[in-house]
Design a protein around this ligand. Structure first.
Ligand code: GLC
Length: 455
């Protein structure tokens, strides 16, 4: 009799179908606790290094009579692809030193590194087997992504990649640019997605586990919500604990970067060149990415550097609002991080060495409004008062209810002995008496030990 046999077969089919569809949707069904566990390292890290490095560092921002380009140069100057491809012959970054880059990030107090494995020009900075449009076809013939991944792991930094969805070079990417004179045939986005997924698989399998997959270039019409969802599930299928930014899907609200929509794809918001004006609900995870000068990729004429003080205050401002700071550098075609960037990272590192406790693992300020003198971060039992403007009369006012019992203890984080600073209470709050000179002109941190559970 055939019947039981057929019944058994169809039973097997149903079971395997149920299992495979469960696997497909399991990421949507992540519980809040599972999500929190996955996002934990990222929320605590607070500070990361963004690296925009690619073939565009060869022209270094210049084409014909214009000097204001960077990683967008091939598109903005409409360089024929056959011309742009020639930069390959000049890309030989022999001064690249992955260990030095990892050490620089680490001493700056950063906890993760996000490097461009591929920017919008489609040029792979890693040893991909899926195209010869990449670093292995240059005289350099080394794999900087492999080297940096190894050094980051050694240094205890999470290694992450930025991988562009938009691709001006690939013949299947649509819309094809009219100046892409090397692509043949008709573009086909479905085939392009297969290529994109193939490269992501190489990245996750050969360089992983990755901390974050940082997508970008999702704004063109050919990239849809459905494609975003599918890609999100694809990369999480390859590495379930990976974190994916919201530029995988279509929910980002412009440069403000936060997600909006019925069905949100991606794990966190990505404000670009801006810091949200106010704090956001604690469940919103976000990371502001910001340049040190005015370009992401290397531009040899851009000397408009932000000061270290400004950058340190940005880091504090972001932490006080519950976000992360992804600070960018654009290395040269020789493989060097520009000296002004190194200088700033060293200065931020010196500040972090003394004050890092007030940033790493800290959460947003409990106060709705930032105080006039600076910003606040907190950890259980402690408020960190980041003083930007050292009060001339030596009194730091903190508008919080005076304690019912014992006065809280206050001390300077820069003081290794934690010598208590005098405090008094008045009806509008506390007053902390500070020494006449600020320990750090950029920001000095006063720790206030609090017992109030509400804080
Ligand atoms: C962008 C740009 C880009 C840069 C990125 C960083 O939207 O296209 O060149 O890589 O943002 O956030």
């Amino acid at each position: 009799m055939l019947k039981p046999w057929i019944a058994y077969l169809s039973f097997l089919l149903i079971v395997s179908f149920a299992l495979s569809s469960a696997a497909e949707t399991s990421f949507d069904r992540e519980t809040p606790a599972e999500r929190d566990a996955r996002m934990k390292w990222f929320r605590e890290a607070k500070f990361g290094l963004f690296i925009h490095w690619g073939l565009y560092s060869v022209p270094a921002g210049e084409w014909k009579d214009k000097k204001d380009y960077a990683e967008w140069i091939s598109e903005q100057a409409q360089i024929p692809m056959s011309e742009y491809e020639k930069f390959r012959g000049q890309f030989n970054p022999v001064k690249f030193d992955a260990a030095a880059w990892a050490a620089l990030a680490k001493q700056a107090g950063m906890k993760y590194v996000v490097i461009t494995s591929k920017h919008h020009d489609g040029f792979a900075m890693f040893d991909t087997k899926l195209t010869d449009w990449g670093i292995m076809s240059t005289p350099f013939r080394r794999d900087p992504i492999k080297e940096l991944a190894a050094e980051c792991k050694k240094a205890g930094l999470k290694f992450c990649v930025y991988h562009s969805i938009m691709d001006w070079h690939h013949p299947d990417y649509a819309p094809r640019r009219p100046w892409n004179d090397t692509a043949r045939g008709e573009p086909d986005m479905d085939r392009y997605v297969q290529f994109l997924k193939g490269q992501l698989k190489e990245l996750i399998q050969n360089y992983g586990p990755l901390g974050i997959l940082w997508f970008d270039g999702e704004w063109e019409k050919t990239w849809t919500h459905e494609r975003g969802k599918d890609l999100y599930n694809y990369v999480r299928g390859l590495q379930p604990d990976i974190i994916v930014n919201n530029r995988v899907g279509k929910n980002r609200q412009g440069m403000k970067g936060l997600s909006k929509g019925r069905e949100i794809v991606g794990d966190y918001g990505t404000p670009e060149q801006e810091i949200p004006a106010d704090g956001l609900p604690p469940e919103v995870v976000w990371e502001s990415c910001i340049t040190m000068n005015d370009h992401w990729g290397y531009n040899k004429n851009d000397h408009n550097w932000k000061s270290s003080t400004k950058l340190i205050r940005m880091l504090i401002d972001i932490a006080s609002k519950g976000g992360n700071f992804l600070l960018n550098v654009g290395p040269t075609a020789e493989g060097l991080i520009p000296a002004p960037s190194v200088e700033r990272l060293d200065e931020i590192g010196a500040w972090m060495k003394v004050n890092g406790e007030s940033i790493h693992g800290a959460s947003a300020s409990p106060f709705a409004k930032a105080p006039s003198w600076g910003r606040v971060t907190r950890k259980p039992g402690k408020l960190y008062l980041h003083v930007f403007d050292w009060p001339k009369d030596g009194k730091l006012s903190v508008s919080m209810p005076p304690p019912a019992g014992k006065m809280p203890k206050a001390y300077l984080l820069a003081d290794p002995r934690h010598k208590p600073l005098p405090i008094s209470a008045n009806p509008s709050g506390l007053e902390i008496f500070l020494p006449p000179v600020a320990p750090d002109a950029a920001a000095s941190v006063v720790v206030l030990e609090v017992t109030d559970k509400a804080l």
